[in-house]
Design a protein around this ligand. Sequence first.
Ligand SMILES: Cc1cc2nc3c(=O)[nH]c(=O)nc-3n(C[C@H](O)[C@H](O)[C@H](O)COP(=O)(O)OP(=O)(O)OC[C@H]3O[C@@H](n4cnc5c(N)ncnc54)[C@H](O)[C@@H]3O)c2cc1C
Length: 382
Amino acid sequence: MWIYFGASILVESSHKARWGHTPWTIDFHPVTRALPEEVDFVVLGGGFSGLSAATWLRLLEPRKSVALLEARSLGAGASGHSGGMTLAESSAGDLPGLGDVLTGFSSILRELEVDCDLALPGAFELGRKDPLPDSPIAWDDSGDLRAVKQVPGGSVDPGKLVSGLARAAHHAGVLLFENANVEKVVFDEPLRLYAGGRQIRAHRAIFATNAQSLEVSGLAGGALPKFTLALATAPLTAAQLTAVGLASRKPFYTTDFPYLWGRLLSNDGIVFGSGLVHLDDWRGFSEIDIDVGEPAALMARLESRVHGLHPLLRDIRITHRWGGPILIGEQWRPIFGTHPQSSQALVFGAYAGHGVALSVYLGRWAAEAMLGRRALPEWDES
Ligand SMILES: Cc1cc2nc3c(=O)[nH]c(=O)nc-3n(C[C@H](O)[C@H](O)[C@H](O)COP(=O)(O)OP(=O)(O)OC[C@H]3O[C@@H](n4cnc5c(N)ncnc54)[C@H](O)[C@@H]3O)c2cc1C
């Protein structure tokens, strides 16, 4: 038996304000109700990972009860603050047995009837040497930044993805709870979780808390929590999009440094992202204010880079600024395995900045693994 008493209570209202504002909203929130005393399965974390896993648990085992506990509001972590690029593979590239992430992601969205503006036109890798001869992108950013390769990829609206997955979870019969911060877990049989002064007994659990609550998820020391930044510009005209090289609507990310990624919004504004704030402890997320200190300095640097990329962007208005947590695993590999404290629990996450498609895709796999229908991957030594 292992007991953890340490996770501090997180406060929703202050978080939203300090992490900035995204161009999208999350328009599904569950009704408030009392936490159950006992369930078959509990999922911790209401981001893409947890919502996908919880939904698939119910779809695969409709007679079993599933509760999803989210500390603040659905999508309050990385998922609601994501950039929305949908990328193939993982931040560590392909992994043994991973399969085709984008095809799996697309088919999950179809099966769950999630409309999140998924488009897969491909993506550009950008670099400062060996450009594609026909690179539509010619930017000035610590050298001549050009497209160097075309790869599979695309984008979604992260607000619609969180909302759509939450609706699918609700329709599947998942009991969804916001403001249910799990402060303590007793790894006994059944598992005992403590949230909001109540105890919940659960026979099995999936931990999808990503960069937060690392002691509860068993990931403390095994992965690094960081905070990363993004901004959105005012819409560009079609002629301006052509001139800056984005008429194909392909998202882009650099493969060298300084890092820069981005994509078009449906209103023809551009999202750009870059910058990492290092945290000694995940509890530091609750102190981050994007208008103060290192996050503010990194945001100013990102803005200045965006304005310098192309003459047409020199005076472009910045409409939104925000940031969110990411978790970086060893050698950038995602984590997916049995919880170190209990064979009755799984933990998955640590996708770095590469988790939109992967989180939803692995959510289904996590549910299948929890039900003994599919083996867990072996990525530790790969
Ligand atoms: C600014 C930014 C841009 C990004 N851009 C991209 C991109 O363009 N493409 C891409 O592929 N990836 C991107 N990512 C990464 C991607 O968003 C994440 O990998 C993905 O959202 C992770 O989803 P998740 O459900 O695992 O984690 P999260 O969305 O972080 O969900 C974890 C949830 O757990 C909750 N929680 C934590 N502790 C507890 C507890 N004790 N009890 C209950 N609940 C708890 C949190 O409140 C949170 O809602 C970006 C991330 C950021 C921050």
